[in-house]
Design a protein around this ligand. Structure first.
Ligand SMILES: Cc1cc2nc3c(=O)[nH]c(=O)nc-3n(C[C@H](O)[C@H](O)[C@H](O)COP(=O)(O)OP(=O)(O)OC[C@H]3O[C@@H](n4cnc5c(N)ncnc54)[C@H](O)[C@@H]3O)c2cc1C
Length: 381
């Protein structure tokens, strides 16, 4: 039966991505997890494979593919067994760089987007601050006009890729007297005087990726580093969130599906009270319940991807997709730990790591509660 979403070419691409995840990344997962770091060649290699510019136009080095190739890429990411690396790659391709593609001048695209797609430059997205995460309009980092430059001051918090980035797509207040209408986006090179990585933060999961606190002290950026229009940054950040949330939803759904697949194998092999765990009705029902959840979410996420391919801003549907996928992933992987018994709690099986990695997604890039507020507003409540 033909899929309404995926053609034969998508499945050929899936085989290529899976091979990359299983052969080039997964063998290093344990080492990177232990080191709480991974080498930058991963970006370069992903760039060579064309994974960082799947939907970007060919003029900037992208492949100009439809969004279902992106879906395939995100679905295969969990096979690297290393959530942190997947997150770092998606920050590069789907969080830090889309504003450059949408808003950037020809020069900005040449200087930043082209090398980002190649994996030669690493990027980050700097929105969250110590006192402003969900409430983006209340950020305090400022960018003050001074002649032909802007002078940036402030602190950014929880920034993925912050310790390795060459450039940060940064949200700052150009009019501190205003909320939504006072924010602008900038491309900030991290070798500028006044920029520093003040802390690399310790966290629950996603260990190989770096999560950082960044300080900007009188960082002077030329005026041509303004991305898009002055004071329109909030609206661009909000639209950018749709792509960020959608890839988070796809990755969460696929992560749960993979752990469930592995758990099905485990319960067939593990014997308790003289028979395989799978031969207990309670186990079968538990697995069936989880399959129902994963498959229902999968189809909604595909539908949402189809919508997103035609309209950059299906905010209600993307919010629904992120909530149901990320909350489902936490529930399902938690149950999979239970079915593994003591081994589920041990590092060697990877289930506990998948749980720790999955836990982030109900918070990062828009917490479930914030997304419910968006849905509420969009249905007129
Ligand atoms: C590992 C990691 C990586 C990250 N990477 C990046 C990055 O690369 N770039 C970046 O800019 N940010 C990044 N973030 C930040 C992330 O997007 C924020 O943590 C998230 O948006 C929540 O903001 P906050 O942590 O300030 O929580 P707060 O805004 O303080 O909210 C705390 C909690 O309050 C509840 N809440 C908030 N608002 C409402 C509401 N309106 N109604 C009801 N309840 C509500 C939610 O449960 C929420 O989790 C990262 C975070 C983590 C943990």
């Amino acid at each position: 039966m033909k899929s309404p979403w995926f053609k034969e070419e998508h499945e050929i691409f899936r085989r290529t991505v899976r091979k990359f995840m299983e052969n080039e990344l997964a063998p290093h997962a344990e080492e990177w997890e232990a080191q709480k770091d991974f080498p930058n060649w991963v970006f370069k290699r992903a760039g060579e494979m064309g994974f960082l510019g799947i939907t970007y136009p060919e003029e900037v080095g992208g492949s100009g593919c439809d969004y279902f190739y992106k879906v395939v890429f995100c679905e295969e990411l969990p096979r690297a067994n290393c959530g942190g690396v997947g997150m770092a790659l998606l920050v590069q391709s789907d969080m830090g760089s889309p504003p450059i593609n949408i808003l950037g001048t020809k020069e900005q695209k040449e200087e930043y987007l082209v090398p980002i797609i190649k994996g030669d430059k690493i990027c980050a997205i700097g929105v969250t601050e110590p006192n402003a995460g969900s409430d983006v309009a209340s950020i305090r980092t400022t960018a003050r006009r001074d002649g032909d430059s802007y002078v940036i001051n402030g602190t950014k918090m929880f920034i993925t890729n912050g310790a390795r980035a060459h450039v940060i797509t940064l949200a700052a207040k150009t009019d501190p007297t205003k909320g939504f209408d006072g924010i602008s986006l900038f491309l900030v090179d991290t070798d500028l005087p006044g920029f520093s990585v003040s802390r690399k933060l310790e966290k629950m999961g996603m260990h190989p990726s770096d999560t950082t606190e960044l300080v900007f002290e009188d960082v002077r950026v030329p005026r041509d580093k303004l991305l898009g229009e002055e004071n329109r940054g909030f609206y661009e950040v909000m639209i950018n969130f749709q792509g960020e949330r959608l890839v988070a939803a796809i990755k969460a759904m696929a992560g749960a599906a993979l752990i469930l697949e592995r758990t099905m194998e485990y319960v067939k092999q593990r014997e308790v009270f003289g028979r395989p765990l799978s031969k207990f009705q309670v186990t079968r029902h538990k697995i069936a319940d989880m399959l129902c959840e994963v498959e229902a979410v999968r189809q909604y996420v595909y539908y949402c991807s189809w919508l997103f391919d035609q309209d950059r801003n299906p905010a209600k549907e993307v919010s629904i997709a992120k909530i149901i996928a990320t909350e489902m992933a936490v529930r399902v992987i938690n149950q999979c730990i239970q079915l593994h018994g003591g081994y589920g709690y041990m590092r060697e099986y990877g289930v506990e790591r998948a749980y720790r990695d999955a836990r982030l997604a109900t918070i990062g890039g828009g917490a479930t509660e914030v997304l419910k507020e968006i849905i509420g507003r969009m249905v007129g409540l």
